[in-house]
Design a binder for this molecule. Structure first.
Ligand code: SD4
Length: 334
């Protein structure tokens, strides 16, 4: 027979186990915003101003990457590396908590492609506009047509590239010294051509954005993953959100960010999901994988975050408080 004292002890242990599992669910970290590369710190700061005031994640991810599109320190916007014919062509996409999305690609002379992508989402029955049509739409929406102004770095890099005009597309291996590798800035940072951002707002809603000048000295008309929903960016408000950077062709081949979100749906944490997607790319292409970079970052509904990449050198910016905006080194597979 169970002694009365033991019964009470077991009873109270049972009760505390019950109360632990029922009432001590880890707190959701929100709001939260993360974005690719060091330029993400400035972008996060702008996004945070909206998030901390109970703003919508969608507004935050637009405002955040607009900072990068504006920045002269970065190759994302109009001053970026041109295509091989000397023209800067921009790609961007955005996705909200309701699964709405908008995208522009091969867009020229418009300063904020991310905002045009948002207008495509909100003002047209379409998801994607490209080239002249995207530019016409932007102008009709009141976006000014800018002159192309290559930054000094971009001009120099293009002139250097023209000397050989060797077409060997490669992206973001920071120390490769290849013509397509990002330029090293005076302060020692690397000059990246893309930013992807995903955010969870105070209401628990997710959104994401991605904007790029794409691969430097690319063939005219080439698009990467960045404007493609499911490749460069994917958001599912029930699960999480992910964005990518690196060699877009390889991300497109595995529908990279859609895969990351689906892996989170199956129960993986953001970092594990990003790792599995990176493994998929490397597994499909073991011979070539050392020659290119791809990085994924992701967040889930619980406010957990993570990232993973193929090569060393990728990092991302994480922000969840006024005084918590910091870089995280992406773990790498090879
Ligand atoms: C592209 N994914 O156009 C982009 C490039 C990039 O850092 O992310 N660069 O393929």
């Amino acid at each position: 027979m169970l002694h009365r004292r033991n019964f009470i002890r077991i009873g109270s242990l049972g009760l505390s186990a019950f109360s632990f599992s029922s009432f001590h669910k880890p707190a959701v970290r929100k709001p939260l915003v993360i974005s690719t590369w060091k330029e993400g710190l400035n972008a996060n700061r702008a996004a945070w101003q909206i998030l901390k005031n109970n703003g919508r994640a969608l507004d935050a991810v637009e405002a955040g990457v607009m900072v990068t599109e504006d920045s002269i320190n970065c190759c994302v916007g109009l001053g970026a590396n041109p295509d091989r014919d000397g023209f800067v062509t921009l790609d961007a996409c955005i996705m909200d908590e309701n699964g709405n999305c908008g995208s522009v690609a091969f867009l020229e002379r418009i300063k904020h492609p991310i905002s045009v992508a948002r207008r495509v989402m909100e003002k047209t029955p379409h998801v994607m506009l490209v080239g002249d049509g995207a530019q016409k739409f932007a102008v009709a929406e009141g976006f000014p047509l800018e002159e192309q102004k290559l930054s000094d770095d971009a001009k120099k890099a293009y002139e250097e590239w023209l000397k050989k005009s060797e077409y060997k597309p490669q992206i973001n291996i920071e120390n490769s010294g290849h013509a397509f590798a990002p330029a090293k800035l005076n302060n020692g940072d690397w000059n990246h051509d893309t930013i992807g951002m995903v955010a969870l707002d105070a209401h628990g809603n997710l959104s994401g954005s991605c904007t790029t000048s794409g691969m430097g000295f690319k063939m005219r008309g080439r698009l990467g993953d960045s404007p493609i929903i499911g490749a460069g960016l994917f958001v599912d408000n029930e699960i999480g959100a992910a964005t990518s950077t690196g060699l877009g062709e390889e991300v497109i081949k595995i529908c990279g960010t859609h895969l990351v979100v689906e892996l989170m749906r199956q129960g993986l944490k953001p970092e594990e999901a990003c790792k599995k997607a990176v493994e998929r790319i490397v597994h499909k292409n073991p011979a070539k994988a050392r020659e290119f970079q791809v990085g994924f970052i992701a967040i889930n509904k619980q406010g957990e975050y993570g990232g993973y990449c193929i090569q060393t050198g990728f990092d991302f910016a994480v922000c969840y408080a006024d005084d918590k905006n910091f870089m995280v080194k992406g773990k790498h597979l090879l």
